[in-house]
Design a protein around this ligand. Structure first.
Ligand code: DAH
Length: 350
């Protein structure tokens, strides 16, 4: 074997020994670097004749190309090995169950709210909203419940900053204040009409939302949901209340044979007042009277606080518990389940 072939062989062996790309670059420097073996051989040609230079140069070039070829082959082999190792380390276990994208759904109380809005919507009711932090005036006084009224004691709530010392602002204890708020807006909107003595368009509205009281057990929560209803016009009577609420309950529970009972009761803001009970004719709750709402003909003092003449305008109001309606519809017996956020409970309503 001549000297050049031996050089190529030793380069091959050197490259083969390099275990990493860095080792390989060091091995390369020995042969192809600035003061590497090939460069040295080139330098050594200075003393040769022109003919000798030709043959010697060609031979050295051939050796150089062979070494470069070996270098590239080894580089490729090392890169392949590295990729192979990486693929092995990051191998996918295709037998693992895939990650699923959970499908969300509405909360059962929201489903009830949607149902209520669509049923009352079909009977021409708008939807209004009011603030959860309410003034003493709208929550009580405007609803014919002055400061010393005993009915206030049933509405113990959370007081917040604002208002006056003897009448601080509070978290509303019911959605009834929205009756007055909405009516005042409605009256303002149609002031031009009433100034000419013409009749104002009827107020027909529901007002759902969060309400608060200091109460906590299986059927009471400090935060709960109510939905208010109000229908005021020149000729709206208790008969209309019975018709509207009966149709609503039958549509909501999808039971045509559902029976309603209007039981005399007391609320400061209605006169006469009634508690509304319902009775299913079949199923696990059949035969029991279940209280679902308070209602009544809006008290003249409240009509006046709405900016309307109680001699001309009359109507009814009702207030129901959204959580209670949800419990009855789905057969849930503990209100607290609605507020625990337990996904196993909530996904059942999807
Ligand atoms: N606001 C009453 C409550 O929370 C419920 C109620 C009763 C609302 C009679 C009404 C009504 O609109 O007419 O206990």
């Amino acid at each position: 074997m001549n000297e050049l072939d031996a050089l190529v062989e030793s380069a091959r062996a050197g490259f083969a020994q390099a275990a990493t790309p860095a080792d390989l670059e060091n091995a390369k420097a020995v042969y192809l670097g600035k003061s590497g073996r090939i460069t040295e051989l080139m330098k050594g040609m200075g003393s040769l004749s022109v003919d000798e230079k030709k043959t010697r140069g060609a031979a050295i070039n051939q050796a150089k190309q062979a070494i470069e070829g070996a270098l590239h082959a080894r580089r490729q082999a090392l890169a392949d090995a590295e990729l192979e190792a990486q693929l092995k380390a990051e191998a996918l276990d295709v037998s693992l169950p895939g990650r699923q994208r959970g499908q969300g759904g509405l909360h059962p109380v929201s489903l009830t709210l949607e149902r209520i809005e669509s049923i009352f919507g079909s009977m021409g009711f708008d939807v209004a909203e009011g603030p959860e932090i309410e003034s003493d005036w709208f929550n009580f006084t405007a609803l014919n419940t002055p400061a010393d009224h005993p009915a206030r004691s049933m509405h113990d709530t959370f007081y917040v900053e604002g208002g006056s010392a003897d009448a601080p602002n509070l978290l509303r204890t019911h959605t009834s204040p929205v009756q007055v708020r909405h009516a005042l807006q409605h009256v303002e909107q149609h002031r031009a009409l009433s100034d000419t003595g013409q009749a104002m368009p009827e107020i027909r509205v529901i007002a759902p939302g969060r309400t608060y009281r200091v109460d906590s057990d299986a059927t009471h929560s400090p935060m709960f949901h109510q939905c208010e209803g109000l229908w005021i016009g020149e000729n709206v009577s208790f008969k209309d209340l019975k018709f509207v609420f009966t149709n609503f309950c039958r549509a909501f529970f999808e039971r045509d044979d559902l029976v309603l009972r209007f039981r005399p009761s007391f609320f400061p803001f209605t006169e006469p007042s009634a508690e509304i009970d319902i009775q299913f004719q079949s199923g696990s709750l059949a035969g029991r009277w279940l209280e679902v709402a308070g209602s009544g003909q809006v008290h003249p003092n409240v009509v006046r606080n709405m900016g309307l003449d109680p001699e001309r305008y009359i109507g009814f109001a009702f207030g129901m518990g959204l959580d209670r309606f949800t419990m009855l519809r789905y057969g849930v017996n503990d209100l607290r389940l609605f507020f625990d956020g337990d996904i196993r409970f909530l996904t059942q309503f999807r």
